[in-house]
Write a protein that binds this ligand. Structure first.
Ligand SMILES: Cc1ncc(COP(=O)(O)O)c(C=O)c1O
Length: 377
């Protein structure tokens, strides 16, 4: 049986990984500034993570959501403490798309509306409502196109106002810093205005923190910089350091009832163990502080790069923008310098999404390699 061919693959086969390095079948060592697409938060194979998951799988790996699972309660308490998002309630699932799907569904149950407002260049996942709210017609199948979605430009508060004042919008869904779209972020005035318009018009505010959450920007959530309180916050990627887990934080104005949401695998014991160890390590190793420090260092070093147009993003969710496509440079970084980086929808943007354990010496290695490549252009 062959594989359904949907991924353009680099010809590299990782077989092991440790902290910020990945090793392939030839034992070649790669510096991982991609983190498997912003997923690796506390570093590959962190010893506490390995121990916690190993212990858990050898005692109880899984049981369904029909029994008591104190690990989910512990996870909710630890997320509350570390994020400072008091009083929200937690629902667990398995991925980013699923988190957004549940967020949108819940908003629709809450206010009995069905229209979504989303933003140009957004990415929210590939399931039904999540993909419809994603600004990429190529991945929206006719079956998804039945959803009613309006797209407006990020930062255009007047356009948001015109749409919301019609009174039929169930939810606004927004990445505070756009990931795949290319690391654009609007102003605090915009996010606060958006939040006020949502409140005034009975629309729920969904912050998609799937990529930017769990410490990646140096704050626990990216929206926190703007002093707003979303109605629903979706999370995934960094939450499990590679173990599939997602979730939504739900403001208590939205009421639960039996059967409203549900999942077989979501919040299972093994997934909770993974996420609990992520939170422990984030706290004990001060990784959000490290994220801020290394981000400052990276930006100061990157400013000296030749041919650089701009530095985008925050924390360790960064992008280097050039006046030309970066595909060739990215390939050379991998095959000549053994450094993984990321790309974006915008062909001129090189994305940097390393584990939050990264140190200055790793930044130096990358800057040197990139300089060499830029000098040949
Ligand atoms: C902001 C954002 N939302 C949602 C998703 C979808 O997450 P998943 O691939 O886990 O379904 C992604 C994935 O890249 C993302 O970046």
């Amino acid at each position: 049986m062959s594989l359904f061919n949907v991924y353009p693959l680099f010809d590299i086969t990782p077989v092991k990984a440790k902290d910020i390095y990945v090793f392939d079948t030839n034992n070649t060592k790669y510096l991982d500034l991609y983190g498997g697409h912003a997923v690796i938060s506390i570093g590959h194979s962190h010893p506490e993570y390995v121990k916690k998951i190993s212990d858990q799988v050898s005692t109880l790996g899984f049981y369904s959501n029909s029994i008591q699972n104190p690990m989910q309660v512990e996870l909710s308490e630890k997320i509350e403490t570390l994020s400072g998002c008091d009083d929200y309630e937690l629902f667990l699932c398995n991925s980013g798309a699923e988190a957004n799907e549940n967020a949108l569904k819940l908003a629709s149950f809450h206010n009995n509306r069905k229209k979504i407002l989303s933003f140009k260049n957004s990415f929210h996942g590939r399931t039904s409502a999540a993909v419809a709210a994603t600004d990429n017609p190529k991945i929206v199948a006719p079956i998804n196109a039945q959803q009613e979605v309006e797209f407006v430009a990020l930062g255009d508060l007047e356009a948001v106002k015109t749409v919301l004042e019609k009174g039929d919008v169930c939810a606004v869904i927004i990445e505070c810093i756009q990931g795949v779209g290319g690391l654009d972020e609007s102003t605090t005035a915009f996010y606060q205005g958006l939040s006020q318009l949502c409140k005034a018009n009975g629309t729920l505010f969904i912050a998609d923190e799937v990529q930017s959450g769990f410490g990646r920007t140096g704050d626990f959530f990216a929206f926190q910089k703007h002093g707003i309180s979303p109605d629903i916050i979706s999370m995934a990627k960094g939450m499990g350091n590679g173990f599939p887990i997602g979730g939504i934080l739900i403001h208590p104005t939205i009421k639960s009832s039996f059967g409203l949401l549900g999942t077989t695998f979501g919040g299972n014991h093994l997934a909770c163990a993974a996420s609990l160890s992520v939170l422990e390590v984030l706290k004990n190793e001060s990784l959000m502080q490290n994220t801020r420090d290394i981000s400052d260092y990276f930006i100061s070093k990157a400013q000296g790069l030749p041919k650089l147009k701009s530095i985008k993003g925050r924390g360790l969710m960064l992008g280097l923008e050039f006046d030309f496509p970066i595909a060739e440079i990215r390939k050379n970084l991998i095959f000549k310098h053994h450094i993984f980086t990321g790309s974006a929808k915008h062909p001129n943007l090189l994305r940097i999404l390393p584990p939050l354990t990264i140190k200055k010496e790793h930044v130096d290695l990358f800057i040197e390699a990139l300089k060499t490549e830029l000098d040949t252009i």
